[in-house]
Design a binder for this molecule. Structure first.
Ligand SMILES: Nc1nc2c(ncn2[C@@H]2O[C@H](COP(=O)(O)OP(=O)(O)OP(=O)(O)O)[C@@H](O)[C@H]2O)c(=O)[nH]1
Ligand SMILES: [Mg+2]
Length: 220
């Protein structure tokens, strides 16, 4: 199965060669064990739900179009730590790599929702230290299992609101479109964050130039 995904990816990359318009975004998919990180990723890449995915951690590249523009997603489908206690841990390498995050939990698994809460804090603290921003979308997966629900939609929405994150409830098992929306929305947020950073850098550059000309600190 993974072989199928990989061959599709190779084609996607080739088809973008020589395209000056290409914009890339590194998307890290996080969350506790068994919440459907691989199911969400594979659904987006292949439009299919295949049921079992195994313990595989992969980075996939995928060509797409948003607003008529060629783009490339690099998606890191992560494996959560097996030892339970550190299931919320995000490595420095992952934090440096990612432009945006999908934090997935299962609506039937309260513990996985708690992991997402911790991961949001972890990302926000790390990014504060690096003085950078990183868009996050929280995804409540397995929406088809309503009878087993233990986390309400309101709780998910509230967490997202309080942490300034996007929020979706989806079923990787049942629908492609809502999963597509998650990835596309995150890409748009990454693009906006980049534009904001660029604008800020431009402003700081103007301030620096003024300081050089007038010999005064304009940033106070
Ligand atoms: N009913 C239902 N089952 C799902 C859904 N998404 C994933 N699953 C099932 O949940 C199980 C775990 O899915 P995975 O995608 O492997 O979860 P994961 O988060 O990647 O798991 P690890 O990589 O082991 O951490 C599998 O049996 C999937 O078939 C969903 O939307 N609905
Ligand atoms: Mg997985």
């Amino acid at each position: 199965m993974v072989g199928q995904v990989r061959s599709r990816i190779c084609y996607s990359i080739k088809s973008m060669e020589g395209n000056q318009q290409k914009v890339e975004a590194n998307i890290l998919v996080l969350g506790a064990e068994n919440v459907g990180k691989s199911a969400l990723t594979v659904r987006f890449l292949t439009r299919r739900f295949i049921g079992e995915y195994g313990d595989i951690e992969s980075i996939y590249s995928h060509a797409d179009q948003i607003d008529g523009r060629d783009i490339c997603f690099n998606i890191w489908d992560s494996l959560c730590q097996q030892n339970g206690e550190e299931s919320e841990r995000i490595s420095d390498r992952q934090l440096q790599w990612a432009d945006g995050y999908i934090l997935a939990y299962s609506i039937c698994d309260r513990a996985s929702f708690n992991v997402v809460q911790q991961q949001v804090q972890c990302i926000r603290q790390a990014k504060q230290k690096l003085a950078s921003t990183a868009p996050i979308i929280i995804v409540g997966n397995k929406r088809d299992l309503q009878h087993l629900r233990t986390v309400s939609s309101e709780e998910g929405r509230l967490l997202a609101l309080s942490a300034d994150c996007g929020y979706f409830e989806v079923s990787a098992a049942e629908t492609y479109h809502s999963v597509l929306m998650v990835f596309h929305q995150l890409f748009v947020l990454v693009r906006e964050a980049r534009a904001f950073k660029k604008g800020n850098a431009g402003f700081k550059g103007i301030v620096r130039s003024m300081s050089a000309v007038f010999g005064r600190k304009w940033t106070d």
